[in-house]
Design a protein around this ligand. Structure first.
Ligand SMILES: C[S@@+](CC[C@H](N)C(=O)[O-])C[C@H]1O[C@@H](n2cnc3c(N)ncnc32)[C@H](O)[C@@H]1O
Length: 244
């Protein structure tokens, strides 16, 4: 007859780990398996015509915004969006982004896109310089329009003009090689300032006046035209810089 099992031999007695010396480091906490497998909650970047900046934690992926890989055209400081809206209707084969910092104006653009059923027009309510520098992917834009930007006519405010060398370098980085920057203003002094800034940037070559193509009038332009103001218009092509 087998002898009864001693306590250490008992089949129901769990085997205990060897005692840890008191000065040995504690074992690392096990990582809960759920951390590795929990799905990431994705918030859509574009809801209807709006791009939600809160859901952009990195540069924009145009496909996520428009759902296609069509060329992307930007209207910076779009105002009430008359220009961007007309362009988007005229060119359904392209994607248009209107960037405007004033909420009331951005809302007008969003309404026009929604009510007009214009899926290739989106609105981003954000500061233009930040947007170009931090949110646009490199070499991703076909055209960037800057039409009737605030001219800041007083000399002491000239530093506030958006066209400055760093800004134009960020625009160059965002434009595809061969992409276009188009500038139009009713303010001759600002126009000459812009020409001077762009002349110093090796990434741009100015188009001849006869190469400029007609554009729909912007909202401000319509008002200025009624006053008989003169307009100053120029465009530059982004060129590939020779390797050093
Ligand atoms: C003179 S309006 C021209 C609007 C439009 N481009 C047009 O021609 O009808 C300039 C617009 O740029 C917007 N704006 C000015 N500075 C801006 C900035 N830093 N970021 C975004 N929008 C800006 C203003 O709110 C305004 O709607």
């Amino acid at each position: 007859m087998p002898s009864p099992a001693t306590p250490s031999e008992s089949p129901i007695q769990p085997e205990l780990p060897p005692a840890r010396p008191t000065d040995a480091p504690a074992p690392a906490e096990p990582v809960p398996a759920v951390a590795a497998t929990a799905p990431r909650v994705m918030h859509p970047v574009a809801v209807g015509p709006w791009i939600n900046p809160a859901n952009l934690d990195t540069r924009i992926t145009w496909y996520d915004v428009f759902g296609n890989d069509n060329p992307v055209v930007v209207d910076l400081g779009a105002g009430d969006g008359g220009f961007a809206t007309q362009m988007a209707v005229k060119h359904p084969e392209k994607n248009f982004l209107a960037v405007e910092r004033l909420l009331g104006r951005a809302r007008k653009i969003a309404r026009a896109a929604e009510h007009g059923h214009i899926p290739n027009l989106k609105v981003l309510r954000l500061e233009a310089g930040f947007t170009v520098h931090y949110l646009f992917p490199a070499e991703s834009l076909e055209t960037l329009y800057l039409l009737f930007p605030d001219p800041w006519p007083k000399r002491r405010h000239w530093g506030r003009r958006i066209v400055q060398s760093p800004f134009m370098q960020h625009v160059a980085a965002a434009l595809k090689v061969g992409g276009i920057f188009r500038f139009r203003s009713d303010h001759e002094d600002y126009f000459q300032h812009a020409v001077g800034v762009l002349e110093k940037e090796a990434a741009y070559v100015r188009l001849k006046d006869e190469e400029l193509w007609p554009l729909p009038q912007t909202d401000f332009e319509q008002e200025f035209a009624k006053e008989g103001r003169r307009f100053y218009d120029a465009a530059w092509r982004r060129v590939k810089l020779a390797a050093h």
